[in-house]
Design a binder for this molecule. Sequence first.
Ligand SMILES: Cc1cc2nc3c(=O)[nH]c(=O)nc-3n(C[C@H](O)[C@H](O)[C@H](O)COP(=O)(O)OP(=O)(O)OC[C@H]3O[C@@H](n4cnc5c(N)ncnc54)[C@H](O)[C@@H]3O)c2cc1C
Length: 328
Amino acid sequence: MGQILGVVIEHEQGLTKPVSLEVINAARKLADPISGKVVVFYLCPEAGEQTELFLQNGADEVRLLQHHDLNIYIHENYSFALAQELEKSPVDYLLLLATNNGKELSAVLSARLGVGVATDCISLSIAGDGDIEAVRPVSAGKALSTVRFSGKKPYILTLRPNVFRQTETPVPRAGEVFQQDIQLPELSHQAQQLVKKVGSQLDITEARIVVSGGLGMQGPENFELLEQLAKALGGAVGASRPVVDNGWREYSNQVGQTGKTVSPDLYIACGISGAVQHLAGMSSSRCIVAINSDPHAPIFSVADYGIVGDATKVVPALTREFKRALAS
Ligand SMILES: Cc1cc2nc3c(=O)[nH]c(=O)nc-3n(C[C@H](O)[C@H](O)[C@H](O)COP(=O)(O)OP(=O)(O)OC[C@H]3O[C@@H](n4cnc5c(N)ncnc54)[C@H](O)[C@@H]3O)c2cc1C
């Protein structure tokens, strides 16, 4: 029998994150040439229409692990439930998203199960012997490392969001669905408090459009201009590190070497100089637009389009134009 590829789905209050379907897609592509099987693990309070979505996107089997506390991600619950499940239904490779949650969960699972993990993979292929080979950036994106696994399974991989896009229409499968109610440990008070703090904002790693601001935005009040542009485009707001250090934005917004890595369709850098540490987190964006008052700012060397000007004036003008164009 071919390899079994497990996929962990991320959802927000029962709504599957679209980037999770990319992981099913990546698993399907790997499974087909080796007659492998794609098994989706969906941790949720109760089964919904999502099951059909997974089968339509190429899953051979869906395993629903149900508990009322699974309406929101908490690593204690997810790792406990998955570790138990993986003991019963072993998989060869477990694929997750390289989002905050996915990265945390992969690390916890790796420690819990004593297995290897390759994070932030940007390319996956099947080697001659039928094993998976993963490519992941290292040294802040300056080099690529090719990874092969050995030892205890499952081998865990996290996939960079927005990189494994579906290019062809998926072939729906008439797969099996297994549903079970599970037990979870008592959740600590600390973890519950933490969960309450987590907002439902679109995570910058998942967004297809990121509007980012740097020190050139002059002050925290001008980030409202970026919020308006992001809202008009259905995107999320990012920031450079000094902006976060200054307390203008939360750390979860930081793009770069010591922040998050994003690969959106469109990255709009507003008042960001383009230091290497910032580029490390966004240079794989499909289209980069830079707005900077300094025509010699290094950001222009990686930008597809550049606008020289005051970002506090250019951004509202862009928002107006985008709104007008999108309305028509
Ligand atoms: C170990 C290490 C890790 C780091 N990690 C990160 C990281 O993860 N992410 C990160 O971003 N940085 C990181 N940094 C910091 C990085 O080196 C830069 O200092 C930082 O990216 C600069 O942020 P900035 O572009 O917002 O500010 P600046 O470099 O000060 O640039 C501001 C830009 O705004 C322009 N500007 C000014 N006024 C306007 C205006 N009105 N309109 C338009 N443009 C204007 C200026 O021309 C300038 O280009 C790290 C540094 C180190 C040493």
